[in-house]
Design a protein around this ligand. Structure first.
Ligand code: DSN
Length: 390
């Protein structure tokens, strides 16, 4: 690079990424091919519009790329193009979710989403997010006894509040979600069911976690977590008489975004192809086995694991343990000093504040990409224990 300042910083970050144990549950390491597509000349092209209907000339190759990304997305999740449409243009997960609401939920109407402190996302209607300012969140959480979803309780909330749309799929919920029950809850109040599968998309693609597609009306996802692609997002919508996808396409462009980032879309296509392989399916099984190994060893060492374990890539640890341990902030700082990168996180019914909560969130996807197996994760758990108790 001519720009030595930025080159040096890129090299430093590359070195940092290689030297740490990365347990950030929403991160992963992409392939060289994904990086090549991201750094390609495709970034030079303006392509406002959709394949076959652009507002700029010179887009025949770009059309092929976008269609390829769409076809690969449908194929990866076993979807027919007659029944499902996918928009591959969202710049990331938050705008994807906002676009769905913009398209389908009247301003001010109710969106039923999990509260942030129980594992929901800001864009599921939290008050500090645009989604909580434009729409009205009907919050739900996990049950205090099990720290898992209580579907009967959700049903009662939905029947009472009658939201226009229910969001299922979370950022800090380690367990399986019963999509069929979520569908029944949505039907009981006449709501649309939107699944935000950002965290678990890779696990679903690898058939290691149940698919929401038989039950959802709309599925949003980021591409860069367990799916191991570039930072980007997809919106899948059912094709039927409700015309969901035409409204969603319009909400993305011209509603919210201008020209799509075609280098990013090409990189998405690359990642989707990589995910549609036996090796990737095996990877997702290993991701879950590793997270379970981590949870089990931490539990053996005396740490309280939220819900008692995990069915996914994610482990939530209560490090505070009613004051007998340390806060999530202190825990994450101590771990970082020793080269283990995690994020502090609230635990359900947290008595502490989000900027210094009671727990940490750990994920196994990134280190599994680097070839680690269950026994490595036992060692990681032991290292974490030693650091936190020092
Ligand atoms: N920041 C993402 C996560 O870490 O889960 C969600 O946007």
């Amino acid at each position: 690079m001519q720009d030595k300042d930025i080159e040096k910083l890129i090299q430093s970050e590359k070195k940092r990424q290689k030297s740490v144990i990365n347990l950030i549950a929403s991160e992963n390491y992409v392939s060289k091919d994904v990086l090549t597509a991201l750094g390609s000349e495709l970034t030079n092209k303006y392509a406002e519009g959709y394949p076959g209907a652009r507002f700029y000339g010179g887009n025949t190759i770009i059309d092929d790329i976008e269609r390829m990304a769409q076809n690969r997305a449908l194929s990866l999740f076993g979807l027919s193009s007659k029944k499902w449409h996918v928009n591959v243009q969202p710049l990331s997960g938050s705008p994807a979710n906002v676009a769905v609401y913009t398209a389908l939920v009247p301003y001010g109407a109710k969106i039923m989403g999990m509260t942030l402190s129980h594992g929901g996302h800001l864009t599921h209607g939290h008050k500090v997010s645009t989604t909580g300012m434009i729409w009205t969140q009907v919050p739900y959480g996990v049950s205090s006894g099990t720290e898992k979803l209580d579907y009967e309780e959700l049903l009662q909330i939905a029947k009472k509040e009658k939201p226009a749309l229910i969001v299922a799929g979370y950022t800090a919920y380690p367990r399986k979600i019963d999509w069929k029950k979520m569908r029944m809850i949505a039907d009981a109040c006449g709501a649309l069911l939107m699944v935000d599968m950002s965290h678990i998309a890779g696990l679903i693609a690898g058939k290691s976690y149940p698919s929401p597609f038989p039950y959802a009306d709309i599925v949003t996802t980021t591409v860069h977590k367990t799916l191991r692609g570039p930072r980007s997002a997809l919106i899948f919508s059912k094709i039927d008489e409700r015309g969901l996808y035409t409204k969603i396409d319009k909400a993305i462009f011209p509603g919210m975004q201008g020209g799509p980032h075609m280098n990013q879309i090409a990189a998405v296509a690359v990642a989707l192809r990589e995910a549609n392989t036996k090796e990737f399916a095996q990877y997702t099984k290993q991701v879950i086995a590793n997270a379970q190994s981590l949870a089990k060893e931490l539990k053996n060492l005396g740490w309280r694991i939220i819900t008692g374990g995990t069915d996914s890539h994610m482990v939530l640890v209560d490090t505070w343990m009613d004051g007998t341990g340390i806060s999530g902030k202190v825990a994450s700082e101590k771990l970082e000093e020793q080269g283990i990168i995690v994020n502090m996180n609230t635990v359900p019914f947290d008595t502490r504040k989000p900027f210094d909560p009671s727990g940490i969130r750990l994920g196994s996807a990134a280190e599994t990409t680097r070839g680690k197996t269950e026994k490595d994760f036992v060692k990681i758990a032991q290292k974490i224990d030693k650091i936190l108790r020092a």
